[in-house]
Write a protein that binds this ligand. Sequence first.
Ligand code: ADP
Length: 162
Amino acid sequence: MCQKALYPGSFDPVTYGHIDLIKRAKEAFSELVVAVAHNPQKNPLFSVKERVGMLKKATAGMPGVTVEDFSNLVIDYAKKNKIKILIRGLRMISDFEYEFQMALTNRKLAPQIETIFLMPQESYSYLSSRLLKEAASLGADLSSFVPDFVEKALKKKLGKVS
Ligand code: ADP
């Protein structure tokens, strides 16, 4: 337990799946930087500031966890911050191809940086921010999937509450 790790992603918005991974990563690494990608090409529902704010709230009280944002390449951000470990999550087999390609591309670009994959608790293994946005737009109860304040923010953003 000595190294610093970086968990990058869109977090649009943070779910209990992301939070589960953050807790698992913190068991293995003494410092964890959760880095929110600007990702304009993914047309995020929430601004970077909103996504960072929700993650900060979700990780408040977790010592050693900090939340930042970054643009451009994650490996450049890692190098700049002298971080050699990237954390990514694997839910279903469907994640594998994309994650595998990304990890190997990053390895080619920055061989000194290693990607480590973590699996969430089974009950979160089907959870995705994309699906939650769809469910929220239809007014679903999201209390099993996201913290209360995230559910409120989602429904407000999608015009489901005043
Ligand atoms: P990105 O756009 O980078 O994929 P996401 O926020 O969707 O951003 O995901 C960030 C990382 O967290 C990815 O590695 C993804 O597989 C993982 N992840 C997302 N949701 C879950 C979940 N429910 N359980 C475990 N890992 C997850």
